[in-house]
Design a protein around this ligand. Structure first.
Ligand SMILES: Nc1ncnc2c1ncn2[C@@H]1O[C@H](COP(=O)(O)OP(=O)(O)OP(=O)(O)O)[C@@H](O)[C@H]1O
Ligand SMILES: Nc1nc2c(c(=O)[nH]1)N=C(CO)CN2
Length: 206
């Protein structure tokens, strides 16, 4: 998705949550400075033309692992559920608030980490980015830079779906998505509302 097409949704999201665009841009600069490489070609080769399963972190995830097909992308802490089940995801999309040491192990073993910069995760960027030894890309929800990508999408799960769609996945399968989850706090409820709305834009009514 071109940034001009994403920007009206981004502006609405900023208003909805009271986030500050300038701070997102500061985070983007921090990530651009910290990121040692851009493995977008690796991610594109992985996904292009393939069935891709996007794993969200709803409580139902563990019981839906038998639906996995093709390339496996985990949204943030969904990667830990996969790791505990002995499944190595091909990629993890994360703003790092669910990151834990197994992310490093998985990255060492070949999992590409797509690290998202936003106004509320600069300390996490500084703590985690230098620790990843393997394939990495950087993402932003603000305007992209040459090596910091914006495929559209907001939460880790829907951002992963937007990226897979943009990189030419043949078909997306969603597991671990419960966008009507009532067990979540009000902030998360708002994020899941946006995840549903944005996924609808690219043809997935969850
Ligand atoms: N019921 C759910 N609870 C949590 N995540 C869900 C749910 N349904 C779908 N997801 C997707 O799983 C992703 C990963 O969730 P997780 O709680 O690990 O990440 P998070 O970083 O805390 O979430 P967020 O991206 O909303 O900040 C979410 O970004 C969301 O897209
Ligand atoms: N500024 C800001 N941006 C975000 C945030 C967040 O908490 N703050 N969370 C996200 C993932 O859900 C995506 N983008």
């Amino acid at each position: 998705m071109r940034f001009e097409d994403w920007e009206p949704y981004y502006t609405e999201i900023l208003d909805y949550f009271g986030f500050d665009r300038a701070v997102d841009e500061d985070a983007r600069a921090v990530l651009a400075e910290l990121l040692p490489r851009d493995d977008i070609d690796t991610l594109q080769t992985l996904i292009s033309g393939k069935t891709t399963t996007i794993c969200g972190n709803a409580p139902c995830l563990a019981s839906e692992l038998d639906r996995i097909e093709g390339v496996v992308i985990a949204a943030d802490a969904a990667a830990l559920v996969l790791h505990n089940a002995g499944i190595l995801p091909d990629a993890i999309f994360t703003d790092l608030d669910g990151a834990d040491d197994p992310f490093i192990t998985m990255n060492e073993r070949g999992t590409l980490i797509a690290i998202h910069a936003h106004g509320d995760n600069m300390p996490l960027l500084r703590r985690w980015v230098p620790r990843f030894p393997g394939h990495l890309i950087g993402t932003t929800q603000a305007a992209p830079l040459p090596h910091i990508h914006n495929f559209g999408g907001f939460t880790d799960g829907d951002r992963a779906a937007f990226a897979a769609d943009a990189l030419g996945a043949a078909r997306l399968i969603f597991i671990g998505f419960d966008l009507s989850d009532t067990s979540v706090d009000p902030m998360k409820k708002g994020k899941l509302f946006w995840a549903r709305r944005l996924l609808g834009m690219i043809g997935y009514d969850l």
